[in-house]
Design a protein. Structure first.
Length: 215
């Protein structure tokens, strides 16, 4: 039976809709793996250029190092694309690669000092997000600008001195805004471990924050 104009228009509309549907990260990577089309790889880089660079710059505290690690991470994406498993999500896989590269960079450049911490107190009932938001705002109440700057310096210094396990959780959950399960997938640890590391890190930052206050 000959197709009607309505049928042709309907089929054409379906084709246009299919073309307009956004291609997922996973589809781009798999197609790049199969075809070697560099344009597909470039699309992945473009999608994560701002987001991932911003994360790495905050993680490392240095734009030049962040740029190097960004390049390293996407080189690993190219080299390891054959290992990407069907059904896995690209974003946490990329963050796993980038976070591991950032940890290696921090160790190589010795830009932080590892410190021994006493067993931190648990603060199960504390809203840990409130403290991080307070640190970000720089609001110390009725103190002078010099005191405020010194307090912020102490907090930033303490954050950089946290063990990598705690530092990574703070960066992923509170600065990057990932969910606990997403951070757990990236760091390849249980969700409970993410939560305990987060509480430990916040307890340490709280101590520094409180000690910086002026009576």
């Amino acid at each position: 039976m000959q197709a009607t104009i309505h049928d042709l228009h309907f089929n054409h509309s379906r084709q246009l809709t299919a073309k307009q549907d956004p291609v997922t990260d996973e589809q781009l990577l798999i197609e790049y793996r199969e075809t070697g089309d560099r344009e597909l790889y470039a699309q992945l880089v473009y999608r994560y250029e701002r987001e991932l660079f911003s994360y790495l710059r905050r993680y490392l505290g240095n734009a030049e190092m962040a740029e190097d690690v960004f390049q390293t991470a996407f080189l690993q994406v190219h080299l390891k694309c054959d290992l990407f498993q069907a059904g896995r999500r690209f974003r946490p896989w990329l963050y796993t690669i980038a976070t591991n590269a950032a940890i290696d960079a921090r160790r190589r450049n010795k830009r932080h000092r590892m410190v021994s911490l006493d067993t931190p107190r648990e603060q199960e009932n504390e809203d840990v997000g409130r403290l991080v938001n307070l640190l970000e705002s720089g609001d110390l109440g009725p103190v002078g600008s010099a005191e405020r700057a010194e307090a912020n310096r102490l907090v930033r210094e303490t954050l950089n001195q946290l063990p990598e396990s705690m530092h990574a959780v703070i960066q992923l959950v509170y600065y990057q805004g990932l969910k606990y399960r997403e951070a757990a997938e990236i760091l390849e640890v249980p969700v409970g471990t993410v939560k305990s590391r987060l509480h430990s890190a916040i307890a340490r930052l709280t101590d520094v924050w409180n000690s910086s206050q002026v009576d």
